[in-house]
Design a protein around this ligand. Structure first.
Ligand SMILES: Cc1ncc(COP(=O)(O)O)c(C=O)c1O
Length: 369
């Protein structure tokens, strides 16, 4: 394939890849159709009816660019979180914010600390900016705060990534340990505290917003993709000091946020009773996944997210065979990418119809793999 000859050396050295193969690609490539979409940690319970109404109302205005300052959403989020609007930066999902953060601090060759097997889109951005990933293994299926701190002290990286609760394992730390970790970091290392799943996390596991808001080397990232059910609308935000938050304005896409998405986010924030309903549904579905797994002799790991990692007791090849065979039954799930985490499969919560398909397919699949 011929390509333009003056791409940067970095771009020329990178493989053309996407960190995730989407369910649509699997359908196209394998000629299969997804009946239970429980692999991408989306929220199959969907957004609130009030959000859908807000989207419909915003639709005729879509000929207009959005307010590039995202003023209304920042005001509403600040009121919701108990911080100031200038503590916030808005972006097209956490994924986009991760790319911007890496761009803000990483030059080619610089080290970046993360956990071995943690959220791969972050690694994708680090590679895309020429960073050098330094990985710390999980301990007991949890990201290892002591290990991450030791790696930071050793490498003096400009950036360390940590998700609480964690994807792909669904494990979590208590708020005090996280605050201690953040405070122990050198001022010259920026912490991304990825809180994509904070709404589903139990009380006491998410530090209060105020706890880290004065620390310029901490950026907390959150999203409307998970509990709020708006993954396709692409709305995320970062919480940090005003000075750190302002740095995003130097590089972000100023018209990146869709008007319709912003309207959806504003309505979602207002409808906290729907959020509570969804959180109950997610909790019930987690238990349902646990029962389905146990009935087949598999071990569901504790989770505070909208997915459950299920230990299949063997190696990654075995888990992959289960993932691939479930897809033959129309059940789309995923699995962690590296050992020893890849002894697990990862199943997102979802409506009962999806759980029924999983319940029917899993025992059949386990007989054949
Ligand atoms: C830990 C973590 N961070 C970020 C994201 C992506 O969030 P967004 O949809 O806001 O880009 C995910 C989605 O799976 C995730 O698991």
């Amino acid at each position: 394939m011929s390509a333009f000859s003056r791409f940067t050396p970095l771009i020329q050295s990178l493989p053309a890849s996407v960190p995730f193969v989407g369910p649509e690609a699997i359908e196209r490539n394998r000629g299969l159709s997804v009946k239970a979409r429980i692999g991408a940690n989306e929220n199959g319970f969907g957004p609130a009816p009030s959000v859908l109404r807000a989207i419909a109302e915003a639709a005729p205005e879509t000929w207009k660019y959005n307010d590039p300052e995202n003023h209304a959403l920042r005001q509403a989020l600040a009121a919701h979180l108990g911080c100031r609007p200038n503590n916030l930066a808005i972006g097209e999902g956490i994924d986009s914010l991760l790319g911007q953060i890496v761009r803000l601090v990483i030059e080619p060759g610089m080290s970046v600390v993360t956990s071995l097997g943690a959220y791969p889109t972050f690694n994708f951005h680090v590679n895309g900016h020429g960073g050098r990933l330094v990985t710390v293994p999980y301990v007991n299926d949890r990201e290892d705060l002591d290990g991450l701190l030791a790696a930071v002290r050793r490498e003096n990286p400009p950036l360390v990534y940590f998700a609480n609760p964690d994807n792909p394992m669904g494990s979590w730390w208590d708020a005090d340990s996280i605050v201690d970790f953040a405070r122990a970091l050198p001022e010259t290392t920026l912490l991304i505290l990825d809180e994509a799943y904070c709404e589903t996390a139990p009380e006491g596991s998410t530090p209060p917003v105020g706890a880290l808001i004065d620390q310029p080397n901490v950026i907390r990232t959150r999203t409307f993709s998970k509990a709020y059910g708006l993954a396709g609308a692409r709305i995320g935000y970062a919480i940090s000091t005003p000075g750190t938050a302002a740095a995003f304005d130097k590089i972000r896409n100023h018209f990146g946020m869709a008007r319709i998405s912003t309207a959806a986010a504003l309505a979602a924030l207002e409808d906290q009773s729907y959020l509570r309903e969804v959180l109950e549904n997610i909790g019930r579905s987690r238990e349902r996944i646990g029962r389905i797994a146990r009935a087949s002799g598999l071990l569901p790991l504790p989770s505070t997210t909208n997915f459950v990692a299920v230990d299949c007791g063997r190696d990654g090849a075995y888990s992959k065979a289960i993932v691939d065979s479930l897809m033959e039954h129309g059940v789309f799930i995923r699995m962690p990418g590296v050992a020893p985490l890849n002894r697990c499969i990862r199943i997102s919560t979802g409506p009962e119809a999806d759980m029924l398909l999983l319940e029917q397919a899993l025992p059949q699949v386990l007989k054949t793999v």
